[in-house]
Ligand binder design. Structure first.
Ligand SMILES: Cc1cc2nc3c(=O)[nH]c(=O)nc-3n(C[C@H](O)[C@H](O)[C@H](O)COP(=O)(O)OP(=O)(O)OC[C@H]3O[C@@H](n4cnc5c(N)ncnc54)[C@H](O)[C@@H]3O)c2cc1C
Length: 395
């Protein structure tokens, strides 16, 4: 066992994956989470083969198979189209091509699996209800050794000397803004309206063995079944000039014309409530200062239009752990990690943004787009996206 201790802010996907990846190298971590327990928030996530490959390395393969679902394909519809323009294959074809699945899962189920795994090792200590932490520099302002102070939920003051501090505290990261001089997250102009609908209510509306992607003018909808719950996850993405805050709404602010699409009309009728998610992004080249580093959304929150945000945090964690384990100096570990990660993450962030232009195209451009997608056929996306899905974080 190493004598290094890493303090991590945030018990989300990136923070928990980091702690588990560090434990594989015998490194102890202490996670400071502001909530009083693991958070159930969020809804569906698509986990591409790259995310599976990384999660398998921390021993999640069998558990993931129990709570995730592998859609057979993605049905792409144009607005009010009766039949899919194309059905991109996933399922067995994805397994054969990438050696690992492409699946969908509820975020809460993934976080719960990660959390349960942390309970199986005494190298991970999660402290809940930590509303504030203070990072103090020791060693002549070089930020090479740190101490972190916080008051725990019993009111006891703690001071921990650590090798490194990892900000996995999400899009609104205090680590980024307070300790790395980073900016606040920026509202993207897009919102997601999310709903969960009982599967039986949509059985005759969507093919529930597949994911459905419906492209409209200025919006798109993604729907897939979360079979272990069993509900259909719906995310409707559109533009709103002002971010009016996160919250549950009975009636979403969707364009009235939406009901001209039979599927969308039915989805709207079946949804009992919607959650409004303004989507914000983070763009910074500064992922560390000395021994304080960022990971996951804290470093690079992006639009979810390539379904890779969480996957990037998971990859970050797997890549950073051996560096923190093997380097004598945490700043060096963070520097190597930053150089390894930034190009890939920036490319994904760019592609996610471009997808909004493609998915939301008005006619007549949309007609040309549909033609291209049709001509590309059911398997072309595997080679087009292989740079994402073939990624192996151990190489
Ligand atoms: C609509 C939508 C759809 C998406 N779909 C996909 C998808 O299909 N596939 C995919 O890969 N990604 C997807 N994403 C992105 C994905 O959800 C995020 O990238 C991922 O959840 C980020 O994980 P994280 O651990 O970095 O941050 P978070 O999940 O935000 O976790 C941060 C944690 O830090 C805690 N925290 C915050 N501040 C503090 C503090 N000061 N002190 C202590 N703790 C703190 C929080 O309570 C939380 O537990 C989607 C996102 C959205 C909005």
């Amino acid at each position: 066992m190493s004598d290094k201790i890493i303090v991590i802010a945030g018990a989300g996907i990136a923070g928990l994956t980091s702690a588990l990846a560090l434990a594989k190298y015998g490194i102890k971590s202490i996670i400071l989470e502001k909530n009083e327990q693991i958070q159930e928030f969020g809804a569906g996530l698509q986990l591409g083969p790259n995310a599976h490959r990384a999660l398998n390395l921390i021993g999640l393969k069998d558990d993931l198979a129990k709570v995730s679902f592998e859609p057979e394909g993605i049905d792409i519809y144009s607005f009010a189209g009766k039949k899919p323009i194309s059905t991109l294959r996933l399922g067995q074809s994805a397994r054969e091509r990438f050696g690992v699945p492409y699946s969908v899962i509820h975020r809460a189920d993934l976080v719960q699996l990660l959390y349960e795994k942390t309970l199986q090792t005494n190298l991970i200590d999660i402290k809940f209800n930590i509303t504030e932490f203070f990072i103090n520099e020791i060693n002549n302002n070089k930020l090479e050794n740190l101490s972190v102070s916080f008051t725990d939920e019993n009111g006891v003051e703690n001071k921990i000397n650590c090798f490194a501090f990892l900000g996995a505290d999400g899009v609104g990261s205090t680590t980024r803004t307070k300790y790395l001089g980073g900016t606040q997250a920026k509202y993207s102009g897009f919102v997601a309206w999310r709903a969960l609908i009982e599967m039986e209510r949509l059985e005759n509306v969507l093919n529930l063995n597949n994911t459905s992607l419906i492209w409209g003018r200025g919006f798109h909808t993604v729907a897939y079944p979360l079979k272990s719950r069993p509900v259909v996850n719906i995310a409707f993405f559109t533009r709103e000039t002002m971010s009016v805050g996160f919250g549950i709404r009975q009636t979403p602010n969707l364009p009235p014309t939406i009901k001209k699409d039979e599927r969308l009309a039915k989805i709207c009728d079946c949804a009992n409530s919607w959650t409004h998610w303004p989507l914000a992004g983070v763009s910074t080249k500064i992922w560390h200062k000395g021994a304080i580093g960022l990971i996951g959304d804290a470093a690079h929150a992006m639009l979810p239009f390539q379904a890779q945000g969480a996957a990037m945090g998971i990859e970050d964690a797997i890549i950073l752990a051996p560096l923190l384990a093997n380097e004598k100096n945490a700043a060096t570990a963070f520097e190597i990690y930053q150089n390894k990660r930034q190009k890939r993450v920036a490319k994904l962030s760019r592609i996610s943004k471009n997808n909004a232009l493609i998915f939301h195209m008005p006619p007549p451009l949309s007609l040309a787009r549909n033609m291209v997608v049709k001509m590309q056929g059911p398997l072309n996306h595997f080679s087009r996206l292989s740079w994402i899905y073939d990624f192996d974080p151990t190489i």
